[in-house]
Design a protein around this ligand. Structure first.
Ligand code: AMP
Ligand code: MG
Length: 331
């Protein structure tokens, strides 16, 4: 079965095509276009306009790269949420148009669950992980328990990627700032004290962001600030992930989301996993960022388990929570 997935929750519009090979996911194509605003953060309507401009070409490109014809596609899936309303609606509209014109079924999927399933689908031996999902807007620690993907801990305010991007913007870096902060951090030498706020199993980053910006205003060295931000935020994320692993007694940890490309975050989580004698997994970078292939794969899993969606019910849900999904494709 071949499934084409359209991702469009925030800054990126992506189209991926996947094939099911005996329960594992083979990615045939995965193309993406990222909106990089010249100044400021992501403006929902302008980003949706960006997505509308590129989506038709991306769909054609994904089919060409997979060396398929449109008629080979069996299923269309799209990111139903969570995300920015105008962006979600643009991706869903494209998915509906494609479903109607090809006369193929459509299915809307949860973006956060897709980040987890693409790890299970593409990585050998990754079967029942705790996912540390570190994106621009989302930061959650997710694991499967009693028929659902439950959120064991999450950010109470801003996502980790958003925290890095906001600090980056303050110091004049271009979006996305995470990779540049990583480079600066690697040259930092001095740890500057920052608030480390974990409340129960949840995390807050906005106090830390304010404190980091104050260091910058006081002319502290930017490399040292970046280093301190990474050390503090990543330690907090690793702590919550470890506690979720201990609570659920799971022996696998998986990273997902754009911030998972950060080597320091990977090293910290890997060393925690090593201490617990657990397995550590991280998908390839193009499957960690927001992408169409993961949406396609989750669409396939849902469809294959008997879930169906009528086109008149294929609406989006900006506040679609991870734990709202009835995970009927797993036991
Ligand atoms: P996503 O929303 O999952 O597509 O991820 C985008 C976020 O990942 C942005 O906030 C980026 O700044 C961040 N990001 C990308 N690469 C890195 C990196 N190497 N280190 C830290 N953050 C990163
Ligand atoms: Mg994401």
């Amino acid at each position: 079965m071949l499934c084409l997935g359209i991702e469009g929750t925030a800054h990126s519009i992506g189209v991926g095509i996947v094939e099911d090979i005996c329960g594992k996911c083979k990615v045939l194509s995965n193309v993406i276009k990222i909106n990089r605003p010249e100044k400021g953060g992501i403006h929902p309507r302008e980003t949706a306009n960006h997505h509308a401009m590129y989506i038709a070409d991306l769909i054609k490109e994904s089919v060409n790269k997979a060396q398929l014809d449109f008629t080979d596609i069996d299923l269309i899936s799209f990111s139903k949420g969570p995300g920015l309303g105008p962006c979600l609606r643009t991706a869903a509209t494209a998915a509906r148009a494609l479903s109607l014109s090809l006369n193929k079924p459509i299915i809307g999927v949860n973006h956060c669950v897709a980040h987890l399933e693409i790890g299970r689908g593409t990585l050998d031996d990754c079967e029942d992980p705790v996912l540390l999902y570190t994106s621009g807007a989302n930061t959650q620690v997710i694991a499967f328990a009693e028929g659902r993907y439950r959120v064991f801990g999450e950010t109470l305010d801003i996502g980790i990627g958003n925290c890095l991007d906001k600090f980056g913007r303050t110091v004049g870096l271009d979006f996305p700032c995470g990779p540049q902060i990583e480079k600066l951090a690697s040259k930092g030498k001095r740890y500057l004290e920052l608030p480390y706020s974990i409340k129960g199993m949840d995390i807050a980053f906005s106090g830390l962001l304010t404190a980091a910006e104050q260091y910058y205003k006081r002319n502290e060295n930017v490399e040292d600030i970046c280093y301190s931000i990474q050390e503090t935020t990543f330690a907090a994320l690793t702590e919550v992930t470890e506690r979720a692993m201990a609570h659920t007694e799971k022996e696998e940890v998986l990273l997902g989301g754009g911030v998972a490309s950060n080597k320091r975050l990977c090293d910290m989580v890997k060393s925690m996993a090593h201490d617990r004698e657990a397995d550590f997994f991280v998908p390839s970078k193009n499957l960690c960022i927001d992408n169409g292939a993961m949406i396609a794969w989750l669409g396939f899993l849902m469809y294959n388990s008997g879930i169906r969606m009528r086109i008149e019910n294929s609406f989006i849900d900006q506040r679609f929570r991870t734990d709202m999904v009835d995970v009927s494709w797993r036991d």
